[in-house]
Design a binder for this molecule. Structure first.
Ligand code: UD1
Ligand code: UDP
Length: 352
């Protein structure tokens, strides 16, 4: 079967790294990179380090408004569909690349497979929530990572084609953690000798609202621990443009590749983030996670006590940075790291 895989943003490269290597053994996979992320350390580094097959097409869409990005991708996808005539389109997660790929397939009556389906924050102001709901409703195969995601779909009347396969990021984490431990020299490069908290900030709800971003920076400035902050280019630009000051215990670095990121996660004291993927990786790594959002899609990590939702309240963040420590044992929430195999088996079986 000819499968057209759509990727375009950092977390999608990491998910594809686990799935493509198995998918390509059984099917013809054509990878389309939308070009949503394009900096070397937001894109190429993942292909080079994680052995992701080279995309056959790059739409080079770049940055812009949501409607520009989605619209331009749609038009460019149309041209590729004309050439390739795929049997199935595979999309990941909840970015503009996800929605555009799914929408083009749906218009062309090509079945869509959505990996990481069913997640909900119940906050429609988030671009990701809009993308994931729309994508789920036009997908034929919905690979959900958790029971909660399956239940969310059921409430929206989606029951057919739903498969609980576990979380594909668990596969990536397991595949690359020991390689990262061995190969990454990031701790030495940064001269890290003491305990540190790892942080990432990039979500639109935190970066586009200056008062929220200022609160976050104020809280990080008050941490009693050192902070390592690989900064997404979106956040970097806003911090610089608004002359926000970060104290010297915060080590701001460029975005890092996945191997360095795993090394930083696995050796940290705690993780403070607004990222979806990093919340889960904190759990995989057994690190307390502090989430600077008002809600999360990964509710299981909160319910079992390893993830604390603090929004952007300065006092709550500082208190969590200095004092939050989970009391419960971790349980298996996201599967065994065999999600890629399960997904490929289902696709092969259903499309025979
Ligand atoms: C996107 C996703 C978000 C996901 C994130 C992963 C949408 C709506 N959002 O957010 O769900 O969590 O990717 O990281 O799809 N930029 C660069 N270089 C790059 C890429 C981006 O400088 O290689 C800057 C540009 O100024 C751009 C800004 O970052 O305007 C935002 O990029 P964009 O792709 O629109 O959204 P993300 O915040 O990356
Ligand atoms: N990540 C990375 N380098 C970084 C920051 C994040 O490799 O500098 C990885 C991280 O380990 C996780 C993924 O990117 O696998 C999460 O992507 P991001 O936070 O950009 O998006 P989200 O998951 O919130 O959609």
């Amino acid at each position: 079967m000819k499968i057209l895989t759509v990727i375009g943003a950092r977390p999608q490269f990491i998910k594809a790294a686990a799935l493509s290597r198995i998918l390509m053994n059984e099917h013809e996979e054509i990878i389309v990179h939308t070009g949503q992320h394009y900096d070397e350390n937001m894109s190429d580094i993942f292909f080079n380090q994680l052995n992701i097959p080279k995309p056959k097409y790059n739409l080079n869409v770049g940055s812009g408004t949501h409607e520009y990005q989605t619209g331009k991708m749609l038009i460019e996808f149309g041209k590729i569909f004309d050439i390739e005539n795929p049997d199935l389109v595979l999309v990941y997660g909840d970015t503009n690349s996800t929605l555009a790929g799914a929408l083009c397939a749906s218009k062309r009556l090509v079945p869509v497979a959505h990996v990481e389906a069913g997640l909900r924050s119940f906050n429609m102001a988030m671009p990701e929530e809009q993308n994931r709901i729309l994508t789920d409703h036009i997908s034929k195969y919905l690979f959900v990572p958790t029971q909660t995601a399956e239940n969310n779909l059921k409430k929206e009347g989606i029951v057919e084609g739903v498969y609980n396969t576990g979380d594909i990021m668990c596969d990536s984490f397991k595949l690359f953690s020991s390689i990262a431990e061995e190969k990454s020299g990031i701790l030495e490069e940064l001269g890290i000798k003491s305990e540190y908290i790892l942080s990432t900030i990039h979500r639109a709800e935190n970066t586009n609202d200056l008062s929220r971003l200022k609160n976050i920076i104020e809280a990080l400035n008050e941490s009693k621990y050192d902070i390592v902050l690989p900064l997404h280019p979106r956040t970097k630009k806003i911090i610089e443009n608004n002359s926000m000051e970060l104290k010297s215990h915060i080590k701001v670095i460029e975005p890092v590749g996945y191997l360095d990121m795993l090394k930083l996660e696995n050796n940290s004291l705690k993780i403070v983030t607004d990222s979806g993927g990093v919340q889960k990786e904190a759990y995989f790594a057994g690190k307390p996670c502090i989430t600077m959002r008002d809600e999360t899609e990964w509710v299981e990590t909160v319910e079992c006590g390893w993830n604390l939702i603090v929004g952007t309240d300065v006092e709550k963040i500082v208190d969590a940075l200095n004092n939050f420590n989970p009391k419960s044992e971790r349980i298996n929430l996201f599967g065994e790291g065999d999600t890629a195999n399960k997904i490929v088996n289902i696709i092969s079986e259903m499309t025979k």
